[in-house]
Design a protein around this ligand. Structure first.
Ligand SMILES: O=P(O)(O)OC[C@H]1O[C@](O)(CO)[C@@H](O)[C@@H]1O
Length: 443
């Protein structure tokens, strides 16, 4: 059974044979390792390559953390954070905390910002809860998670003592390098490895995403099964018309050539909001370089129809929209009848909310296409672990292909260093004195 389909429903794109073979060639490069950034292709065969032993190690550790803590603090940023958050938010009840018996453990995230108030409130909120931490950083030196970890580690050590802290802290990092690895070895933390050949934004199906998700009770085997299914569907040698990732990549590349510089990922399910955040990093860091690349943006409808809808309908005509559509909801809610009908909604009596939501989706797609916004559509059957695995691998594969079609290395992110250099210089980090002087002259 196919769990994902891609369809450029309302987009004026006739894909030529040349464009089809370019997309297939780009896909082949991901498999034969002859393209740029070929030392970061570990994610391509990852879902099917993940061994039983590693999976069991993750599940055992996850179960141990679940027994130990009511709240697990996940520390990381970018690719070391967004994948886990995307799947966790998609599969969790957003009102969990209001239930009499909330599902536990609760994952809370830190290290994805430098906000003093955020961290102070987080630490205050867990004051009377048993806590554990999963700290995730491939480089082991990223400032935001390193600062959050220093503060959270202090809290854990202060509360439980250093020996017990070593049972409550798990590090996911490089096999041998980086400050986090050194610290983990010194303190005796359990560690999981981020493979050398998997970059942060492609790492959700490694322990980076799998450990926190398993700790939250999410079925990571189904997530991987979905990813495996898409790995097969997009394998090298699959004809263009049957490879949804190649088709999506080809279509977005054609639209980019036509002047559509901004892609809006739209969803009608608020639980997919963080999936869009993950998608934005994936495509933004992979494609936005050398003065090129589609700018990835996102909206959650129908809420954003009442904020961004005006612009999308009538603003600059450089946008195209990719809708992640969910075929069936998990719950049933029907509209009742009202004898007074003061709100005039009796014409909807007996309809399910999902029917209205899907009709809104159709109406929006027609309106936006009429307004000059090409519409692409990705459909998944439901929001479950399997479909999310499928979707994740689909986007990863499409992103790799898109990057090669664009002519960039989709696996580096040199531009991210510029802000770090300035921040370190302004904060007085040793070794940045010359940079600091240059910056001061600009102030
Ligand atoms: O896992 P690390 O090394 O802390 O990096 C976190 C994130 O920072 C970046 O290196 C730059 O934003 C991302 O590519 C990565 O996902």
């Amino acid at each position: 059974m196919k769990t994902l389909s891609f369809d450029p429903i309302r987009a004026d794109v006739a894909i030529t044979e040349k464009e089809k073979s370019a997309a297939l060639h780009a896909n082949a490069l991901l498999h034969n390792g002859q393209g740029a950034g070929n030392d970061f292709l570990g994610w391509v065969g990852l879902p099917s390559a993940l061994g039983e032993e590693e999976l069991q190690a993750i599940e055992t550790e996850a179960a141990r953390l679940r027994d130990l803590a009511e709240v697990i603090l996940c520390i990381g940023i970018g690719g070391s954070y967004l994948g886990a958050r995307a799947v966790y938010e998609a599969l969790s009840d957003p009102f969990n905390l209001l239930h009499e018996h909330p599902a536990k453990p609760i994952l809370l995230f830190a290290g994805q910002n430098l906000s003093e108030d955020y961290l102070a409130r987080l630490l205050a909120a867990v004051e009377n809860r048993s806590i554990a931490a999963i700290v995730i950083s491939k480089s082991g030196t990223t400032t935001e998670p390193a600062i959050a970890f220093r503060l959270i580690r202090d809290e854990i050590e202060h509360r439980y003592g250093r020996k017990e802290a070593a049972r409550r802290i798990v590090a996911v990092t490089d096999r041998s390098r980086g400050a986090l690895k050194t610290l983990a070895d010194r303190e005796g933390y359990r560690t999981f490895v981020i493979p050398d050949d998997v970059g942060g934004r492609y790492s959700v199906l490694t322990p980076v995403g799998l450990l926190p998700l398993a700790a939250a009770g999410i079925d990571i085997r189904s997530l991987l099964a979905g990813a495996c299914e898409m790995e097969r569907a997009t394998a090298d040698g699959v004809p263009f018309d049957e490879n949804p990732a190649a088709r999506y990549a080809a279509v977005r590349n054609i639209l980019y050539q036509q002047g559509f510089m901004i892609e809006i990922l739209a969803s009608y399910e608020p639980q997919l909001q963080y999936l869009a955040e993950w998608w934005k990093q994936l495509f933004g860091e992979s494609e936005g370089k050398q003065g090129r690349g589609i700018f990835p943006a996102s909206v959650t409808f129908t809420a954003d129809l009442h904020s961004m809808g005006q612009y999308i309908q009538e603003g600059e005509r450089t946008l195209f929209e990719t809708v992640v559509s969910v075929a069936a909801p998990e719950h049933r809610v029907k509209i009742g009848s009202d004898p007074d009908n003061l709100d005039g909604l009796n014409f909807l009596t007996g309809k399910r909310l999902s029917e209205i939501n899907h009709t809104a989706e159709l109406g929006v797609s027609l309106a936006h296409a009429d307004g000059g916004v090409p519409n692409l559509r990705i459909e998944i059957p439901r929001i479950d672990a399997r479909s999310l695995g499928t979707l994740i691998y689909f986007f990863e594969k499409a992103c790799g292909i898109s990057g090669y079609l664009l002519g960039v290395n989709p696996f580096d992110q040199p531009g991210v260093e510029a802000y770090k250099k300035n921040m370190f210089a302004l904060l007085g980090k040793p070794g940045y004195e010359e940079e600091a002087e240059k910056l001061r002259r600009k102030l």
